[in-house]
Write a protein that binds this ligand. Structure first.
Ligand code: FAD
Length: 566
């Protein structure tokens, strides 16, 4: 007999489960319950609709209930909210908001894909009419409506995660004066701080006032204007506030039905995406999954994993032997002209989890330097000290960051090493790349570290553990040195090094650096072969100075808040 599958949630996970299930099984009865007005809309596109990049609201709707019914014979019930799961009777209690009635629906298999909900901080003023969170199309419409129909000039965005920075960019596009307030010392927590420093500079350069290490303490309203009290004691007058301070898995239905939750607080599922009740499955932002790099339980709320889980679950529900192995948190964001992307674990997480690692930072050109339009591209690799297995990667750049992260994500997925990155034969012609692609270059540098061809020192070690007995050797040209250098550094340009070796004391360690780390690597090789102990500054002065400038700006009082501070 045909099975009856009830799916709660018509977003990425629920809709993809339903569509594939129908492709595999013409006989199943499939019902989607969606409490909102729409199914399968482009949540990830919402910030761009608010900013006017996506002009027509209709473009956000990937599927409509009617089209889903017609093409897939799926019974899509919008404005139908699942209120309760009665497991013993295999029933769901449903509120039909359209008709104002409550009814029950039985199931053979139940799929939960209720997503996540935005965290609303426990501070006064979050219920004011010009304070918004952005999760759903309804939130989106409220924000768009308010912005369109009120003469607003400024906005405060609380939270520097993906949604916060995307909203900050899109509100800036609308010529609003935007302040981004973030509790920690960096935006985009998937990146390590030194990579995020490039994003901070881009945000500031594009006119966003960035308040790091700052929280929103309270919001008050007077005459339609808001006053945002900050944890620093300052106040920001503004017209609207967007709260983007994080999300939590939506587990209420599951918890009320006594389904097991995992250590992360998300719904516990096995590798068949089955909850602690064998008739109930769960996918998407609401579930706990395995982190592929560490094997640990984790919560990785992203659209790619939700869609893949949905597809795999459809296979499982139709009797196939599929399993879901986990996710590696590949993510990407556009920050004005810059792209920031990552895959796998970052250094902060590796440290926290006590996983041994080595790292390197390389700055290459996005394509051949002699072909017009090349721009800098920074790659940070994290890899296992014993065999070079890739543990994580971060890419920040203006052009081509997306394709580099995808190459790195594929390598990480298939458990490749940094030596494999050096081996990759990637597409090259001058407008697109260099004969040694930035990914190859990152692999070469990491390989050099592992082979012992070059020892490195990272920017944080250099800043935090002064190399008292070492000579800091800057091998850039004197003009570059004059524009800014590490305090106490000696300048011997690379091309003069062989002739001026007697200026370097034999008994002292040498820390070499240049702008990106390439000339200083050559210098390191010259010195190492003559018996010096040398470390090369990973990521060069470019990384170190980005960090030092960012820290100085963080320490200085931000202009906008300062003018209104009390
Ligand atoms: P959702 O797509 O959120 O769907 C859950 C659905 O369940 C919702 O429609 C909800 O109304 C419904 N529901 C909840 N409870 C009930 C109930 N009791 N009864 C009936 N229906 C219910 N991810 C990326 O990878 N890249 C991006 O660029 C990106 N950008 C984003 C931008 C924004 C503004 C937001 C909010 C998210 C973004 N995401 C992005 C995250 C991505 O949208 C989610 O990871 C993905 O949608 C998760 O799919 P899901 O099915 O678990 O949840």
């Amino acid at each position: 007999m045909a099975e009856k599958i009830v799916i709660i949630g018509g977003g990425a996970g629920g809709a993809s489960t339903a569509a594939r299930l129908r492709r595999l099984d013409e006989t199943a009865e499939i019902i989607i319950l969606e409490r909102g007005e729409a199914i399968s809309y482009a949540t990830c596109g919402l910030p761009y609709y608010i900013g006017g990049v996506i002009e027509e609201r209709e473009e956000l709707f990937v599927q409509t209930p009617t089209a889903m019914k017609e093409r897939f014979q799926i019974d899509v019930r919008v404005r139908h909210e699942a209120l309760q799961i009665i497991r013993e009777r295999k029933e769901v209690v449903i509120r039909d908001h359209g008709e104002g009635r409550t009814y029950t629906e039985n199931y053979d298999k139940l799929v939960l894909s209720p997503g996540a909900y935005p965290v609303v901080p426990n501070i006064p003023g979050t219920d004011l009419k010009n304070v918004f969170a952005l999760r759903s199309i309804t939130d989106n419409d409220r924000i768009k409506d308010y912005i369109t129909n009120h003469p607003i000039r400024s906005a405060v965005v609380a939270g520097g995660g993906f949604i916060g920075v995307e909203i900050a960019e899109n509100l800036t596009r609308l010529n609003l004066e935007v302040t981004l307030v973030e509790m920690t010392d960096q935006v985009l927590s998937n990146l390590d701080y030194e990579m995020a420093a490039f994003i901070h500079h881009e945000l500031r350069a594009k006119g966003v006032t960035l308040l790091l290490n700052t929280g929103v303490a309270a919001i008050t309203e007077e005459d339609n204007r808001l006053n945002v009290a900050l944890s620093t004691g300052q106040y920001l007058p503004t017209d609207i506030v967007i709260l983007a301070v994080g999300i939590r898995p939506n587990v209420k239905l599951a918890a009320d039905a006594d389904l097991k939750l995992g250590v992360t607080g998300a719904i516990l599922v096995n590798d068949r995406l089955q909850t602690s009740d064998p008739s109930i499955y769960a996918v998407g932002d609401a579930v706990q999954i395995r982190d592929l790099v560490s094997g640990r339980d984790n919560w990785l709320p992203l659209a790619g994993p939700a869609n893949r889980q949905g597809r795999i679950l459809a296979d499982i529900l139709s009797g196939r032997a599929e399993r879901y192995n986990g996710a590696q948190r590949t993510a990407i964001a556009k920050i004005f002209d810059l792209t920031a992307a990552s895959t796998g674990l970052n250094e902060k997480t590796l440290k926290k989890w006590g996983i041994p690692y080595l790292s390197c930072i390389t700055h290459s050109n996005s394509h051949a330097g002699y072909y017009p339009g090349a721009s800098p591209l920074s790659i940070k690799l994290l890899f296992a000290p014993e065999d070079g297995k890739l543990l994580g990667a971060q890419v920040v750049g203006y052009e081509g960051a997306d394709k580099r992260i995808d190459v790195l994500a594929a390598a990480l997925r298939f458990e490749k090493t940094v030596f494999d990155l050096a081996e990759l034969e990637l597409a090259y012609a001058p407008p697109f790349s260099s004969a040694k692609d930035p990914v190859n270059m990152a692999g070469y540098v990491a390989g050099n570290i592992l082979n012992g061809d070059m020892a490195v020192i990272t920017w944080d070690r250099l800043l935090e553990q002064p190399q008292d007995n070492a000579v800091i050797l800057d091998v850039r040209e004197p003009d570059e040195f004059r524009l800014g250098a590490i305090p106490g550094a000696v300048n011997i340009p690379l091309d003069q090094l062989r002739k001026r070796l007697d200026e370097l004391p034999r008994e002292r360690e040498i820390v070499t650096y240049c702008y990106v780390g390439l000339r200083s690597y050559i210098a390191a090789r010259i010195l190492m072969q003559r018996g010096w102990k040398v470390k090369n500054l990973s990521g060069g002065y470019k990384t170190l100075s980005a960090v030092m400038k960012d820290r100085a700006l963080q320490a200085a009082k931000p202009t906008h808040a300062e003018t209104v501070g009390v």
